[in-house]
Write a protein that binds this ligand. Sequence first.
Ligand code: ATP
Ligand code: MG
Length: 283
Amino acid sequence: MPPLVSDPARPNGAAAASQDDDIIIRVEDVTVRFGENTILDNLSLDVRRGEILGFVGPSGSGKSVLLRTILGLNQKQGGTIDVFGINYPEASDDDRLAVERRWGVLFQHGALFSSLTVLENIEVPMREYLDLSPALMHELARLKLDLVGLPQDAAGKFPSELSGGMIKRAALARALALDPDVVFLDEPTSGLDPIGAADFDQLIMTLRDTLGLSVYMVTHDLDSLFQACDRIAVLGDGKVLVEGPLSTMLAFDHPWVKSYFHGKRARTIVAPENAGHAQEGIV
Ligand SMILES: Nc1ncnc2c1ncn2[C@@H]1O[C@H](COP(=O)(O)OP(=O)(O)OP(=O)(O)O)[C@@H](O)[C@H]1O
Ligand SMILES: [Mg+2]
């Protein structure tokens, strides 16, 4: 993996540098409006290297908008977004390209191109960003299939021939096509049965551990938040209401956060004997 790009604006002090080196994405005071409608209101959030960050909030609160804004797909009306120390999307074309080669994305909708096979889908980012021979691309794409636990015979199939779980894995394989340092996953386990979702969470954790990936995961899935995420951030009123480990969520006094993390569904996951365990360090 290439070394992190250093931030010219970063202070030279060793302590400040080591603290900052762990932050790979820094969102500061970002505001996004659509017409009169303010979706993100001076929102700030850091993503740290090697963590699985779960991003949660009510439907329509702006989770996907923030993700798309970080990716430069939505205009922002204020604030800054630094990715690997580069002020993206205001950076030069070369710097933007350097950033784009280091991230992978699994979008909430339309995960794969329906007219392309799985292998061709995985090769899309390679065609866009790398100059490789077709044979090498096929070989690398097949390695990604292995990495996400898909059988090799999935390579020639079209998305319509795959199960929901296989589509998610194929989309993850495409997100991993460029060996990224960070992947953005928007609702990766939605629509999967609980066992399929748990398998997917396990896969994400394994990839984080083996590849050193950082993961930014938008999710409604309480199991994912409880089992896979190192840190959770909650979006509400256009801002991050609270961020921290699960224990912070469980202790936070806010109506939505309380009903989400202490609701009936949450209680079945965090049985009393697990709650203590969770607070001790699962998350
Ligand atoms: N391109 C756009 N133009 C206008 N409004 C938009 C646009 N994209 C999103 N919005 C609005 O921004 C708000 C937040 O949408 P967003 O998709 O980010 O929600 P979300 O938190 O991801 O919800 P969900 O959990 O249902 O996926 C919604 O009110 C949506 O209608
Ligand atoms: Mg969304």
